[in-house]
Design a protein around this ligand. Structure first.
Ligand code: PEP
Ligand code: MN
Length: 347
């Protein structure tokens, strides 16, 4: 249930409504907007309770939520959430988030060199994998904690916040110490214990859609994180598995406007994993921004032919810069903008 308070409601009215919710064995989540406060009631739905809440002072209206998720729904929070990622970068505002970097961190020089190049081209968040989910146990699985250190150094040297994946509850503390944004990979979208635990941190979390995750399952997974008290969730569409074998995944462009209409959380597009082919990354990136995405995650490697993972979908420094030029034109058309080009910001 969602309780919309009247503009005239004062603190005592709000407190009284919250007390009545808690007395009924439910919990209350307050969302204070500029004009009015909305209270999400978490617990069993009961029409008799709706009637009772409607009689309380300061209550304007009470709505039964039609969706199985509450805290992440637009009904609960009509304005879009902006997630502060540190170092002056946020996700969800007019400026797009451009996350770029290698699939996996190969050594310190590799991540620092990539950080400096992608920042110069216009990225504002550095990505790099330390713990890699791989289909084969014999494939390169990342340098783990050592790579977290390299990533943190590259973030400091380039002045960008950094994002990296956590695969296990065991590694949350180490990842949260080094990273500004924690990534939950597609394969862990429904690892509910992991979702609970990242929900107990206050770090921004980027939640990738599962390979066969429905939109509803994805939003319910986000609800797990927010329900633990961490509102800083970013969704990421990274392609789904279909019958098509001509590319690695089928990038679901529909998911972007739909997730944005159902939820207030920002949505990032990952055309690298969404296509698996570097030549498709630029057009799908442009389409994503046209469809309303709040930013991009792009795999970039100094020498994709030699990458230890995902070389076929990785852009070179030059093709990444070209891609951002094309994305910038689309961004202008939809009243967004790509981050300031590093040389433009200093020149
Ligand atoms: C990645 O970002 O490198 C990755 C493994 O992504 P996904 O979980 O979407 O496959
Ligand atoms: Mn990858």
């Amino acid at each position: 249930m969602i309780i919309v308070l009247a503009e005239s409601a004062n603190e005592a009215d709000i407190r009284h409504v919250v007390d009545r919710i808690e007395e009924s064995g439910r919990s209350a989540h307050l969302s204070r907007g500029v004009e009015r406060t909305i209270i999400g009631v978490i617990g069993p739905d009961d029409p008799a309770m709706q009637d009772m809440f409607e009689t309380l002072r300061g209550v304007e209206s009470v709505h039964r939520v039609t969706k199985p998720y509450h805290l992440v729904s637009r009904e609960f929070h009509p304005s879009g959430t902006i997630v502060d990622c540190g170092r002056g970068v946020s996700v969800g505002g007019t400026e797009l988030a451009v996350m770029a970097g290698p699939c996996s961190i190969e050594d310190e020089r590799h991540i620092v060199e990539t950080a400096i190049a992608v920042k110069a081209a216009g990225a504002n968040i550095l990505r790099g994998g330390a713990f890699k989910p791989r289909t084969s146990p014999y494939a390169f699985r990342g340098h783990g904690e050592r790579a977290l250190e390299f990533l943190a150094n590259a973030g400091r040297e380039s002045g960008m916040p950094v994002i990296t994946e956590v695969m296990s509850v065991r590694d949350i503390d180490a990842v949260a110490r080094s990273a500004d944004i924690i990534q939950i990979g597609a394969r862990n979208m429904q690892n509910f214990i992991l979702l609970d635990e990242v929900g107990k941190t206050h770090k921004p979390v980027m939640l990738k859609r599962a390979l066969s995750g429905t939109i509803e399952e994805w939003l319910l997974a986000a609800e797990y994180i927010v329900a633990q008290g961490n509102p800083n969730v970013i969704l990421c569409e990274r392609g789904i598995r279909t019958f098509e074998t001509a590319y690695r995944n089928t990038f679901d462009i529909n998911a972007i406007p739909l997730a944005k209409s159902l939820s207030h959380l920002p949505v990032i597009a990952d055309p690298s994993h969404g296509t698996g082919k570097w030549k498709l990354v630029q057009p799908v990136a442009m389409a994503s921004i046209a469809a309303g995405a709040d930013g991009l995650m792009i795999e970039v490697h100094p020498n994709p032919d030699h990458a230890l993972s995902d070389g076929a979908q990785s852009l070179t420094f030059e093709s990444f810069e070209r891609m951002l030029g094309s994305v910038s034109a689309i961004a202008t058309a939809v009243e967004r903008r790509v981050p300031l080009h590093a040389s433009a910001s200093t020149g």
